[in-house]
Design a protein around this ligand. Structure first.
Ligand code: ATP
Ligand code: SF4
Ligand code: MG
Length: 321
């Protein structure tokens, strides 16, 4: 099978929320969460999505997984429009693993009970098949069978993450969205989970979209990276190219703000100015108030996407060209 086979794509994907300005003023305005995003994911590929808090990473990923409806734009999964899948069938193709997967489980049910429900209702397996599947998968995530009889509150952070991974694997979906998969874990546990995700990806031919604040996590696991700023793609490139030679000034700033492995992005500490207001986006480039490479036209015009070989960026005055 061709490794470059595209299995997910979105075109012009946007999400706006309406917000009323105050309880006295009922006039609502539009909050721009995600604006005109185009991206693709290939078979067996890991695509990282990185950017500051509030830049729209989770909103984008939830639209891709069918968890929230886009305001406009299109999503295709396995060359079929996402709207052509039924609510029952879509989770068999794409899964979303939340940052704290254990919190979405019923606290009064054992892990076995929670894991078995989707197998019964989504995959229509009988009790014997369910038992086989669960025991097989729990081994794949390196947990002992005895964990299956425990309740959600009895797990450590790393074990909880393994349960979350087991849960998405049981769906048989080939596309998995991992929203901050290791951000709540100690550094040593982080690398165990990242290694596990790498191994499982090869074994089950999975494609990942990995959302993270942590560039070291993205570098460890992703083939390509999408850098988001203020609801839009600032830059997209192969991981190696992006880390060695960023073109967008925002990417460069993110990289400078992570001096050593496993340190979180602290961009706001480095720049005095605030992020733009999503209720009132700036006229020109959305990064212009914070950008060291700003030129006159950046204040009044929005840069188009420039595509060079297999990378793209939106900037009038890029670095390293
Ligand atoms: N349900 C909602 N209603 C209104 N606004 C929302 C909603 N969900 C997200 N937003 C807004 O949309 C923007 C993008 O939010 P989103 O959660 O996608 O960011 P994020 O990049 O995932 O942030 P974080 O790294 O903190 O998780 C933010 O301005 C947020 O306040
Ligand atoms: S377009 Fe201008 S303001 Fe925006 S990132 Fe590029 S140089 Fe900076
Ligand atoms: Mg988020």
């Amino acid at each position: 099978m061709n490794d470059k086979m595209q299995i997910l794509k979105c075109n012009n994907l946007s999400k706006f929320y309406s917000k009323s300005s105050s309880i006295f003023n009922k006039q609502s305005s539009r909050l721009r969460a995600v604006n005109k995003i185009n991206l693709e994911l290939n078979l067996k590929e890991s695509l990282g999505i990185v950017g500051e808090s509030g830049c729209g990473k989770s909103t984008l990923a939830k639209m891709l997984a069918g968890l929230i409806k886009p305001s406009s734009g299109e999503i295709e999964i396995n060359n079929r429009n996402i709207n052509d899948y039924s609510n029952k069938d879509l989770p068999n193709h794409i899964q979303y693993m939340f940052q704290d997967p254990i919190s979405s489980l019923n606290p009064r049910k054992t892990i076995y009970q929670s894991l078995s429900a989707p197998l019964k209702y989504l995959r229509k397996l009988d009790e014997r098949q369910i038992d086989q599947e669960i025991k097989k998968i729990i081994k794949e995530v390196n947990l002992k069978e005895e964990f299956l009889n425990r309740f959600p509150h009895e797990f450590s952070g790393g074990q909880a993450q393994r349960i979350g991974i087991a849960r998405v694997l049981l769906s048989k979906a080939k596309i998995i969205i991992l929203d901050e998969p290791v951000s709540a874990l100690d550094v040593s546990v982080q690398s165990q989970i990242l290694n596990l995700l790498n191994d499982l990806q090869k074994k089950f031919e999975l494609s990942y979209i990995v959302i993270s604040h942590d560039l070291a996590v993205i570098e460890a696991i992703c083939d390509r990276v999408t850098v988001m700023y203020f609801g839009e793609i600032a830059e997209q490139a192969k991981s190696k190219d992006l880390f060695e030679k960023p073109l967008h000034p925002y990417t460069s700033l993110l990289l400078k703000s992570v001096p050593t492995i496993n340190q979180k992005i602290k961009v706001s500490n480095l720049i005095e100015t605030e992020l733009p207001d999503p209720l009132n986006p700036p006229k020109g480039c959305s990064f212009n108030s914070r950008c060291e490479k700003r030129i006159e036209k950046c204040k009044n015009f929005i840069p188009d996407e420039t595509i060079i070989n297999d990378r793209n960026y939106k900037c009038f005055n890029p670095l390293n060209k």
